[in-house]
Ligand binder design. Structure first.
Ligand SMILES: [Fe+2]
Length: 448
Protein backbone atom coordinates (compact mmCIF):
# COMPACT_ATOMS: atom_id res chain seq x y z
CA UNK A 1 0.00 0.00 0.00
CA UNK A 2 1.24 3.50 -0.80
CA UNK A 3 2.30 5.54 2.19
CA UNK A 4 -0.50 7.72 3.56
CA UNK A 5 -0.18 11.51 3.23
CA UNK A 6 -0.30 13.56 6.43
CA UNK A 7 -3.66 12.52 7.97
CA UNK A 8 -3.93 14.78 11.06
CA UNK A 9 -5.11 17.81 9.08
CA UNK A 10 -8.12 18.40 11.36
CA UNK A 11 -6.18 18.47 14.61
CA UNK A 12 -6.89 16.68 17.88
CA UNK A 13 -9.43 17.10 20.67
CA UNK A 14 -10.51 15.73 24.03
CA UNK A 15 -13.79 15.83 25.89
CA UNK A 16 -16.30 14.48 28.39
CA UNK A 17 -13.92 14.66 31.36
CA UNK A 18 -14.73 12.53 34.38
CA UNK A 19 -12.68 12.22 37.58
CA UNK A 20 -10.80 9.23 36.17
CA UNK A 21 -10.95 9.60 32.41
CA UNK A 22 -11.47 11.52 29.21
CA UNK A 23 -12.25 10.89 25.54
CA UNK A 24 -9.46 11.55 23.05
CA UNK A 25 -10.37 12.34 19.45
CA UNK A 26 -8.87 12.75 16.03
CA UNK A 27 -9.90 11.99 12.45
CA UNK A 28 -7.70 10.78 9.63
CA UNK A 29 -8.21 12.91 6.50
CA UNK A 30 -5.41 13.30 3.96
CA UNK A 31 -7.61 15.51 1.72
CA UNK A 32 -10.35 16.74 4.05
CA UNK A 33 -12.41 18.46 1.32
CA UNK A 34 -12.15 15.70 -1.31
CA UNK A 35 -15.31 15.88 -3.42
CA UNK A 36 -16.19 12.16 -3.57
CA UNK A 37 -13.89 10.12 -1.31
CA UNK A 38 -14.45 10.91 2.42
CA UNK A 39 -11.34 12.71 3.63
CA UNK A 40 -9.45 11.49 0.55
CA UNK A 41 -8.86 8.28 2.50
CA UNK A 42 -8.56 4.69 1.21
CA UNK A 43 -11.64 2.57 1.96
CA UNK A 44 -10.01 0.55 4.72
CA UNK A 45 -9.56 0.61 8.49
CA UNK A 46 -6.39 1.90 10.15
CA UNK A 47 -4.97 1.22 13.57
CA UNK A 48 -4.00 4.52 15.19
CA UNK A 49 -1.54 4.63 18.07
CA UNK A 50 -2.27 7.03 20.95
CA UNK A 51 -0.15 8.18 23.88
CA UNK A 52 -1.05 10.09 27.02
CA UNK A 53 1.66 11.75 29.12
CA UNK A 54 2.08 13.96 32.18
CA UNK A 55 4.22 16.41 30.23
CA UNK A 56 4.03 18.06 26.81
CA UNK A 57 7.43 16.60 25.84
CA UNK A 58 6.08 13.04 26.44
CA UNK A 59 8.96 12.07 28.73
CA UNK A 60 6.47 10.66 31.27
CA UNK A 61 3.97 8.59 29.25
CA UNK A 62 1.33 7.09 31.56
CA UNK A 63 -0.86 5.23 29.05
CA UNK A 64 -0.76 4.24 25.40
CA UNK A 65 -2.66 1.98 23.04
CA UNK A 66 -4.14 1.52 19.58
CA UNK A 67 -7.62 2.46 18.37
CA UNK A 68 -9.39 1.74 15.09
CA UNK A 69 -10.18 4.41 12.46
CA UNK A 70 -12.92 2.96 10.27
CA UNK A 71 -14.21 4.20 6.91
CA UNK A 72 -17.84 3.82 8.13
CA UNK A 73 -17.08 6.48 10.75
CA UNK A 74 -15.12 8.81 8.46
CA UNK A 75 -11.88 7.43 9.96
CA UNK A 76 -12.63 9.21 13.22
CA UNK A 77 -10.94 7.94 16.38
CA UNK A 78 -12.58 8.03 19.81
CA UNK A 79 -10.42 6.69 22.63
CA UNK A 80 -12.06 6.14 26.01
CA UNK A 81 -9.22 6.59 28.50
CA UNK A 82 -9.80 5.59 32.14
CA UNK A 83 -7.71 4.98 35.25
CA UNK A 84 -6.41 8.56 35.35
CA UNK A 85 -5.89 10.78 38.38
CA UNK A 86 -8.60 13.31 39.22
CA UNK A 87 -8.10 17.02 38.47
CA UNK A 88 -4.87 16.41 36.59
CA UNK A 89 -3.47 17.89 33.41
CA UNK A 90 -2.38 15.46 30.69
CA UNK A 91 -1.04 15.69 27.13
CA UNK A 92 -1.90 13.37 24.25
CA UNK A 93 -1.00 12.66 20.62
CA UNK A 94 -1.68 10.12 17.91
CA UNK A 95 0.45 8.43 15.25
CA UNK A 96 -0.17 6.32 12.18
CA UNK A 97 1.97 5.20 9.23
CA UNK A 98 4.99 7.25 10.38
CA UNK A 99 2.98 10.47 10.93
CA UNK A 100 2.51 12.09 14.35
CA UNK A 101 -0.35 14.42 15.26
CA UNK A 102 -0.13 17.78 17.00
CA UNK A 103 -0.17 17.56 20.83
CA UNK A 104 -3.34 18.26 22.80
CA UNK A 105 -3.72 19.28 26.44
CA UNK A 106 -6.53 17.91 28.56
CA UNK A 107 -7.62 17.79 32.20
CA UNK A 108 -9.69 15.33 34.20
CA UNK A 109 -12.59 16.45 36.40
CA UNK A 110 -12.11 16.79 40.17
CA UNK A 111 -13.06 13.94 42.51
CA UNK A 112 -16.35 13.94 44.46
CA UNK A 113 -14.88 15.65 47.57
CA UNK A 114 -12.95 18.36 45.73
CA UNK A 115 -13.51 22.03 46.60
CA UNK A 116 -11.05 23.31 43.98
CA UNK A 117 -12.29 26.28 41.91
CA UNK A 118 -13.09 25.54 38.25
CA UNK A 119 -12.39 27.76 35.22
CA UNK A 120 -14.75 27.26 32.31
CA UNK A 121 -14.78 28.84 28.84
CA UNK A 122 -18.24 29.12 27.26
CA UNK A 123 -18.84 29.60 23.51
CA UNK A 124 -21.55 29.22 20.87
CA UNK A 125 -22.41 30.05 17.26
CA UNK A 126 -19.32 29.91 15.07
CA UNK A 127 -20.46 30.60 11.53
CA UNK A 128 -17.41 30.08 9.33
CA UNK A 129 -18.44 32.36 6.47
CA UNK A 130 -19.21 35.20 8.91
CA UNK A 131 -15.63 35.77 9.97
CA UNK A 132 -12.43 34.70 11.68
CA UNK A 133 -12.37 32.56 14.83
CA UNK A 134 -10.31 35.11 16.82
CA UNK A 135 -12.52 34.45 19.85
CA UNK A 136 -11.40 30.80 19.85
CA UNK A 137 -7.75 31.80 19.63
CA UNK A 138 -8.09 34.01 22.75
CA UNK A 139 -10.07 31.34 24.58
CA UNK A 140 -7.38 28.75 23.80
CA UNK A 141 -4.70 31.05 25.24
CA UNK A 142 -6.53 31.10 28.60
CA UNK A 143 -6.23 27.29 28.90
CA UNK A 144 -9.41 26.85 30.96
CA UNK A 145 -10.09 23.60 32.84
CA UNK A 146 -12.95 22.81 30.48
CA UNK A 147 -14.76 24.40 27.52
CA UNK A 148 -18.53 24.27 27.00
CA UNK A 149 -19.76 24.63 23.41
CA UNK A 150 -23.46 25.44 23.50
CA UNK A 151 -24.45 24.88 19.90
CA UNK A 152 -24.20 25.96 16.28
CA UNK A 153 -20.76 24.37 15.96
CA UNK A 154 -21.40 24.38 12.20
CA UNK A 155 -24.09 26.01 10.07
CA UNK A 156 -25.81 23.95 7.41
CA UNK A 157 -26.42 26.78 4.92
CA UNK A 158 -24.88 26.97 1.47
CA UNK A 159 -23.59 30.12 -0.19
CA UNK A 160 -26.43 32.59 -0.83
CA UNK A 161 -26.88 33.72 -4.42
CA UNK A 162 -26.30 37.35 -3.39
CA UNK A 163 -24.60 37.43 0.02
CA UNK A 164 -25.18 40.59 2.05
CA UNK A 165 -22.08 42.67 2.77
CA UNK A 166 -19.94 41.10 5.51
CA UNK A 167 -21.81 37.81 5.43
CA UNK A 168 -19.61 35.75 3.17
CA UNK A 169 -16.10 36.58 4.35
CA UNK A 170 -14.63 33.10 4.07
CA UNK A 171 -15.62 30.65 1.33
CA UNK A 172 -17.36 27.40 2.26
CA UNK A 173 -16.46 24.16 0.52
CA UNK A 174 -19.83 24.05 -1.23
CA UNK A 175 -22.58 26.37 -2.43
CA UNK A 176 -25.22 23.81 -1.36
CA UNK A 177 -27.01 23.50 1.97
CA UNK A 178 -25.90 20.33 3.84
CA UNK A 179 -28.46 17.53 3.64
CA UNK A 180 -26.43 14.33 3.25
CA UNK A 181 -23.81 12.62 5.39
CA UNK A 182 -21.12 13.39 2.78
CA UNK A 183 -22.06 17.09 2.78
CA UNK A 184 -22.12 17.41 6.59
CA UNK A 185 -18.74 15.65 6.81
CA UNK A 186 -17.20 18.10 4.36
CA UNK A 187 -18.71 21.02 6.27
CA UNK A 188 -17.08 19.84 9.53
CA UNK A 189 -13.80 19.37 7.65
CA UNK A 190 -14.04 22.95 6.31
CA UNK A 191 -14.47 24.28 9.87
CA UNK A 192 -11.87 22.04 11.48
CA UNK A 193 -9.17 23.09 9.04
CA UNK A 194 -9.30 26.44 10.88
CA UNK A 195 -6.21 26.82 13.08
CA UNK A 196 -7.99 28.80 15.81
CA UNK A 197 -10.65 26.11 16.15
CA UNK A 198 -7.89 23.50 16.30
CA UNK A 199 -6.15 25.55 19.02
CA UNK A 200 -9.33 25.69 21.13
CA UNK A 201 -9.75 21.91 20.85
CA UNK A 202 -6.11 21.28 21.73
CA UNK A 203 -6.20 23.64 24.73
CA UNK A 204 -8.77 21.95 27.00
CA UNK A 205 -11.40 19.20 27.09
CA UNK A 206 -14.76 20.14 25.58
CA UNK A 207 -18.32 19.30 26.53
CA UNK A 208 -20.50 20.11 23.54
CA UNK A 209 -24.27 20.40 23.10
CA UNK A 210 -25.65 20.99 19.60
CA UNK A 211 -28.46 23.42 18.81
CA UNK A 212 -30.37 23.51 15.51
CA UNK A 213 -27.84 24.47 12.82
CA UNK A 214 -25.88 21.24 13.20
CA UNK A 215 -28.96 19.80 11.46
CA UNK A 216 -31.32 22.46 10.11
CA UNK A 217 -32.57 25.91 11.18
CA UNK A 218 -35.29 25.75 13.88
CA UNK A 219 -35.99 22.01 13.64
CA UNK A 220 -38.04 20.46 16.44
CA UNK A 221 -37.75 16.78 17.34
CA UNK A 222 -38.48 14.72 14.25
CA UNK A 223 -40.09 17.63 12.40
CA UNK A 224 -38.08 19.66 9.90
CA UNK A 225 -39.98 22.83 10.70
CA UNK A 226 -40.80 23.65 7.08
CA UNK A 227 -43.63 21.20 6.40
CA UNK A 228 -41.49 18.88 4.25
CA UNK A 229 -41.48 15.06 4.51
CA UNK A 230 -40.78 13.68 7.98
CA UNK A 231 -39.20 10.47 6.65
CA UNK A 232 -36.68 12.47 4.61
CA UNK A 233 -35.98 14.70 7.61
CA UNK A 234 -35.31 11.75 9.95
CA UNK A 235 -32.76 10.47 7.45
CA UNK A 236 -31.19 13.92 7.29
CA UNK A 237 -31.14 14.31 11.08
CA UNK A 238 -29.46 10.91 11.46
CA UNK A 239 -26.79 11.93 8.96
CA UNK A 240 -26.24 15.21 10.81
CA UNK A 241 -25.98 13.53 14.24
CA UNK A 242 -23.57 10.94 12.85
CA UNK A 243 -21.34 13.67 11.41
CA UNK A 244 -21.48 15.55 14.74
CA UNK A 245 -20.34 12.41 16.57
CA UNK A 246 -17.59 11.77 14.05
CA UNK A 247 -16.13 15.24 14.58
CA UNK A 248 -16.37 15.73 18.33
CA UNK A 249 -14.93 13.91 21.36
CA UNK A 250 -18.25 12.43 22.53
CA UNK A 251 -18.62 9.50 24.92
CA UNK A 252 -21.59 7.88 23.15
CA UNK A 253 -22.40 7.03 19.53
CA UNK A 254 -25.72 7.52 17.77
CA UNK A 255 -28.06 4.55 18.20
CA UNK A 256 -31.05 4.18 15.88
CA UNK A 257 -32.61 7.63 15.45
CA UNK A 258 -31.05 8.98 18.65
CA UNK A 259 -27.84 10.45 19.96
CA UNK A 260 -28.02 11.06 23.68
CA UNK A 261 -26.67 14.52 24.39
CA UNK A 262 -28.26 15.25 27.76
CA UNK A 263 -25.89 14.34 30.55
CA UNK A 264 -24.58 15.13 34.02
CA UNK A 265 -20.94 16.06 34.60
CA UNK A 266 -20.10 16.44 38.30
CA UNK A 267 -17.15 18.70 39.27
CA UNK A 268 -16.57 17.90 42.93
CA UNK A 269 -18.56 19.70 45.60
CA UNK A 270 -18.41 22.89 43.54
CA UNK A 271 -20.70 22.28 40.58
CA UNK A 272 -23.05 19.84 38.93
CA UNK A 273 -23.12 20.57 35.21
CA UNK A 274 -26.38 19.48 33.61
CA UNK A 275 -26.29 19.53 29.80
CA UNK A 276 -29.78 19.84 28.41
CA UNK A 277 -30.94 18.94 24.89
CA UNK A 278 -33.47 21.54 23.76
CA UNK A 279 -34.11 20.13 20.24
CA UNK A 280 -34.22 16.38 19.89
CA UNK A 281 -37.25 15.57 22.07
CA UNK A 282 -39.45 18.60 21.39
CA UNK A 283 -43.11 17.97 20.85
CA UNK A 284 -46.01 20.38 21.12
CA UNK A 285 -45.49 22.66 24.13
CA UNK A 286 -42.89 20.36 25.66
CA UNK A 287 -39.30 21.44 25.01
CA UNK A 288 -37.40 18.61 26.72
CA UNK A 289 -39.64 15.57 26.32
CA UNK A 290 -41.03 13.69 29.33
CA UNK A 291 -38.01 11.49 29.97
CA UNK A 292 -35.43 14.27 29.89
CA UNK A 293 -37.66 16.58 31.93
CA UNK A 294 -37.93 13.91 34.66
CA UNK A 295 -34.19 13.29 34.55
CA UNK A 296 -33.52 17.01 34.97
CA UNK A 297 -36.00 17.41 37.84
CA UNK A 298 -34.42 14.45 39.66
CA UNK A 299 -30.90 15.75 39.14
CA UNK A 300 -31.75 19.30 40.22
CA UNK A 301 -33.55 18.08 43.32
CA UNK A 302 -30.82 15.61 44.31
CA UNK A 303 -27.85 17.91 43.68
CA UNK A 304 -25.86 18.90 46.77
CA UNK A 305 -23.22 20.80 44.79
CA UNK A 306 -22.67 24.48 45.58
CA UNK A 307 -23.84 25.45 42.06
CA UNK A 308 -26.36 23.71 39.84
CA UNK A 309 -25.40 24.71 36.34
CA UNK A 310 -27.74 24.19 33.42
CA UNK A 311 -25.73 24.30 30.18
CA UNK A 312 -27.95 24.48 27.08
CA UNK A 313 -28.24 26.49 23.87
CA UNK A 314 -31.33 28.68 24.20
CA UNK A 315 -32.14 32.01 25.89
CA UNK A 316 -33.85 30.95 29.12
CA UNK A 317 -35.17 34.12 30.80
CA UNK A 318 -38.41 35.71 29.56
CA UNK A 319 -37.62 38.49 27.11
CA UNK A 320 -39.93 41.09 25.57
CA UNK A 321 -38.79 43.08 22.56
CA UNK A 322 -39.78 46.67 21.73
CA UNK A 323 -41.15 45.69 18.29
CA UNK A 324 -41.32 41.93 17.69
CA UNK A 325 -43.05 39.18 19.69
CA UNK A 326 -40.94 36.99 22.04
CA UNK A 327 -38.98 34.16 20.37
CA UNK A 328 -41.19 31.07 19.92
CA UNK A 329 -38.14 28.91 19.22
CA UNK A 330 -36.48 29.60 22.62
CA UNK A 331 -37.83 29.04 26.18
CA UNK A 332 -40.33 31.87 25.74
CA UNK A 333 -42.16 29.49 23.38
CA UNK A 334 -42.21 26.79 26.11
CA UNK A 335 -43.29 28.53 29.36
CA UNK A 336 -44.54 25.29 31.00
CA UNK A 337 -41.20 23.57 30.46
CA UNK A 338 -39.37 26.60 31.88
CA UNK A 339 -41.64 26.73 34.93
CA UNK A 340 -40.90 23.05 35.66
CA UNK A 341 -37.14 23.68 35.59
CA UNK A 342 -37.42 26.70 37.88
CA UNK A 343 -39.70 24.81 40.29
CA UNK A 344 -37.17 21.95 40.58
CA UNK A 345 -34.28 24.33 41.27
CA UNK A 346 -34.03 25.28 44.93
CA UNK A 347 -31.74 28.27 44.45
CA UNK A 348 -28.15 28.75 43.27
CA UNK A 349 -29.19 27.75 39.77
CA UNK A 350 -26.97 29.10 37.02
CA UNK A 351 -28.12 28.84 33.41
CA UNK A 352 -25.50 29.13 30.67
CA UNK A 353 -26.83 29.72 27.18
CA UNK A 354 -26.07 31.10 23.71
CA UNK A 355 -27.92 31.13 20.37
CA UNK A 356 -28.83 34.83 20.15
CA UNK A 357 -25.42 36.10 18.95
CA UNK A 358 -25.27 38.87 21.57
CA UNK A 359 -24.20 38.75 25.22
CA UNK A 360 -26.82 39.09 27.98
CA UNK A 361 -27.20 38.48 31.73
CA UNK A 362 -30.46 37.86 33.61
CA UNK A 363 -31.89 37.25 37.08
CA UNK A 364 -34.38 34.37 37.29
CA UNK A 365 -35.68 34.58 40.86
CA UNK A 366 -34.01 31.46 42.24
CA UNK A 367 -31.07 31.64 39.88
CA UNK A 368 -29.27 33.65 37.22
CA UNK A 369 -28.47 33.31 33.53
CA UNK A 370 -25.36 34.20 31.54
CA UNK A 371 -25.77 34.28 27.74
CA UNK A 372 -22.60 34.06 25.69
CA UNK A 373 -22.34 36.01 22.43
CA UNK A 374 -21.37 34.31 19.16
CA UNK A 375 -17.86 33.43 18.05
CA UNK A 376 -18.59 34.94 14.62
CA UNK A 377 -22.30 34.61 13.73
CA UNK A 378 -23.84 37.97 12.82
CA UNK A 379 -26.31 39.26 15.42
CA UNK A 380 -29.91 40.25 14.71
CA UNK A 381 -30.56 43.98 14.87
CA UNK A 382 -31.43 44.19 18.57
CA UNK A 383 -31.98 47.47 20.39
CA UNK A 384 -30.08 46.48 23.54
CA UNK A 385 -30.94 49.50 25.69
CA UNK A 386 -34.64 49.48 24.80
CA UNK A 387 -34.85 45.74 25.49
CA UNK A 388 -33.10 46.15 28.85
CA UNK A 389 -35.53 48.93 29.75
CA UNK A 390 -38.52 46.69 28.92
CA UNK A 391 -37.17 43.76 30.97
CA UNK A 392 -35.98 44.82 34.44
CA UNK A 393 -34.69 41.29 35.21
CA UNK A 394 -32.24 41.56 32.26
CA UNK A 395 -29.11 43.24 33.62
CA UNK A 396 -26.64 43.36 30.76
CA UNK A 397 -26.30 43.52 27.00
CA UNK A 398 -23.24 43.64 24.75
CA UNK A 399 -23.35 43.52 20.95
CA UNK A 400 -19.82 42.35 20.23
CA UNK A 401 -18.61 38.82 19.45
CA UNK A 402 -17.05 37.02 22.41
CA UNK A 403 -17.05 34.29 25.04
CA UNK A 404 -17.56 33.81 28.77
CA UNK A 405 -14.81 33.01 31.24
CA UNK A 406 -16.45 31.51 34.30
CA UNK A 407 -14.86 30.77 37.68
CA UNK A 408 -16.90 28.62 40.07
CA UNK A 409 -15.74 28.06 43.65
CA UNK A 410 -17.32 27.12 46.97
CA UNK A 411 -17.79 30.82 47.77
CA UNK A 412 -18.22 32.55 44.41
CA UNK A 413 -19.55 32.23 40.91
CA UNK A 414 -17.98 34.90 38.71
CA UNK A 415 -18.28 35.52 34.98
CA UNK A 416 -16.12 37.74 32.79
CA UNK A 417 -17.57 38.75 29.43
CA UNK A 418 -14.71 38.72 26.93
CA UNK A 419 -15.27 40.61 23.67
CA UNK A 420 -13.53 41.36 20.37
CA UNK A 421 -14.30 44.47 18.32
CA UNK A 422 -14.18 42.78 14.89
CA UNK A 423 -14.04 39.37 13.20
CA UNK A 424 -14.05 40.43 9.54
CA UNK A 425 -10.27 40.17 9.61
CA UNK A 426 -7.92 38.31 11.97
CA UNK A 427 -6.04 39.87 14.87
CA UNK A 428 -8.63 41.63 17.05
CA UNK A 429 -7.41 42.00 20.65
CA UNK A 430 -9.63 40.69 23.44
CA UNK A 431 -11.07 42.91 26.19
CA UNK A 432 -13.13 42.19 29.29
CA UNK A 433 -16.40 43.98 28.59
CA UNK A 434 -17.94 43.32 32.02
CA UNK A 435 -17.66 41.12 35.09
CA UNK A 436 -20.36 39.70 37.38
CA UNK A 437 -20.58 37.84 40.67
CA UNK A 438 -23.63 35.85 41.78
CA UNK A 439 -24.87 36.91 45.21
CA UNK A 440 -28.03 35.28 46.60
CA UNK A 441 -29.43 34.68 43.11
CA UNK A 442 -28.75 38.30 42.12
CA UNK A 443 -26.08 39.73 39.85
CA UNK A 444 -23.42 42.10 41.11
CA UNK A 445 -20.97 43.90 38.83
CA UNK A 446 -17.32 43.25 39.70
CA UNK A 447 -15.79 45.66 37.22
CA UNK A 448 -17.43 48.98 38.13
FE1 LIG B 1 -26.39 30.59 16.04
Amino acid sequence: MAKLGFPFTLGVASGEPSADGVILWTRLAVEPLHASKTGGMPNQAFSVKWELAEDAAFSRIVQSGAAPAQPDWAHSVHVRVSGLRAWTEYFYRFSVDGHTSPVGRTKTAPGPDSTEPIRIGVISCQRYEHGFFTVLKHLAAERPDVIFHLGDYVYEYGKPANPQPGRYLRPLESTEECKTLAAYRRRYARYQLDKDLQAAHAAAPWIAMPDDHEVRDNYAGLLPGDGSSQAAFVKRRNAAYKAYYEHLPLRVRPVGNNLQFYRWRPYGKVADFLFVDARQYRSGRNMLGTEQQEWLTTRLTASTARWKVLAQPLFFAPRKFPLEPPSADAWDGFPDSRAKVLAAATGDLVVLSGDVHNAWAAELGNGVEFVTSSVTSRPPSTDGSATLALNPHLKYFDGRRGYLMVTASMTDFTVDYRAVAFVDQPGAPVVTAAGFRVLNNKLQRTDL
